[in-house]
Write a protein that binds this ligand. Sequence first.
Ligand code: ZN
Length: 179
Amino acid sequence: MTEQPKSIADDSVVTFHYKLSDAEGSVTESSDAASPVVYLHGRNNIVPGLETEMAGKQSGDKFTATVAPENGYGERNPNAVQRVPVKHLATRGPYVVGQMVGVQTREGLRQGRVVKVGHFNVDLDLNHPLAGKTLTFEIEIVDVRDATSEELAHGHAHGPEGHGHDHGHDHAGHEHHDH
Ligand code: ZN
């Protein structure tokens, strides 16, 4: 018996490779050849514009998805550039413009890009580095399967090695939580 190939729909667990480029065509990141990304479809686990393009695709499909900022990481917020006392930075100096540093905020540790360095303060851009950018994803679907009841209860996919969680962060997916 040959099984019908599954099409991506809500509650599918999708394994895929991606290459992400910005409008200038430079590849900003990609999945590791040895470790494709796994996500649960329909639960807002990847950027909305990419999730929309994924629907209906099958294992083996290759396609390019162009995602506008409003369906990606949002528009840049000019108010997200803030002057921060150096003592609040989780990263030690000296600082250079363009560097990403950690800063303690009420919402926890965040990453900001240094835009200006002073003696006691630095100006940090707290926008997501991909905010305001049109994103081009080159996608290759590796596998499509049904979610397990545990994955549905958690709202995210579990790794191919069972319950192992990936604690990394990538721009095609969201951070996984600890159990
Ligand atoms: Zn989980």
